[in-house]
Design a protein around this ligand. Sequence first.
Ligand code: COI
Length: 360
Amino acid sequence: MWEDLEVTLEKVDAQHLKDKPSADNLGFGQHFTDHMFLMKWSKQDGWHDSKICPYHEFNLDPAAMVFHYGQAIFEGLKAYKGDDNQLYLFRPADNFERMNNSALRMCMPRIPVDKVLKSLKALIYLEKDWVPDVEGASLYIRPTMIAVDPFLGVRPSETYYFFIILSPVGAYYAEGCNPTKIYVSDEYVRAVKGGVGHVKTAGNYAASLYMSEIAKKEGYTQVLWLDACEHKYIEEVGTSNIFFKIGDQLVTPPLEGSILGGLTRNSVITLAESWGIDVVERKISIDEVIEANKDGSLKEIFGTGTAAVISPVGELFYKGESNIINNGETGELSARLFSELQAIQNGQQDDPHKWVVRVG
Ligand code: COI
């Protein structure tokens, strides 16, 4: 695994390895493994100084451009331990290709996908004891790129760090796989077409916090965003894309520039179509959804994302009214998608779409 990898390896001394948390109560994003991957980029040298090294803090100049102008992009993917004790990644090259699309929009350098993928596999192999083998738990992988020029003029940075950190995680939402309660925002918006809503950049998440905190205080798990022009058409949930089963159709908003093209979204479309379900990517208004819920044609709603996996929606709060979806229960399709995806990701099931990559 290490032979053709032009990456330096600096290991943590055995006596300084961290204690691993119990796999039963991991939460999300709270624990970090012993090692990380780091490489640096400059205009003169391109990517250089690639290393797998002890997890450590950065010493950054207070003028580093990421702090001021937000050139920061990231990805989220997971490693799973299968029943056969092998480690599996789900569509990792697609994540790194998506990161390169984000990099283009944010005037940041492309990453070399093959090399980064090889380095990731080596890092995970080194940290294999951190991959939880409890059902529903996995090793969350966070590749990130930040601008580090110490400079206050507004222009793209000429130096960057790219790093990958690993975090053993359980369910993203406190509800686990149970239905979430969602607050529909008709005042604040997340992104606008022509902007960076389709890019996995830090600012999109910062922009979502104000409304998310209001929703949380009201007892809601997440915010469902509407389009920025008419506050009418459904976009996404910020941490996930969203699907509506109306009659026999599965409807999801189209990728038109203001929402993230989720890989779980794409996988769900592929799986559902392979089961003969009519999947339609089209604009869908919040009024249509509320109406369909009232007339009984709305069967279920669920979110899709790496962290959120498949998260059923049990309630939509919109304009002061609570709308209970599918009696507040997990729908049949949500449950089927969840178990099928999980089985593919864990290597327990055939993988006709070649999504799964074995580590080691
Ligand atoms: C993911 O699903 O991986 C995400 O990046 C969403 C969120 C945790 C920021």
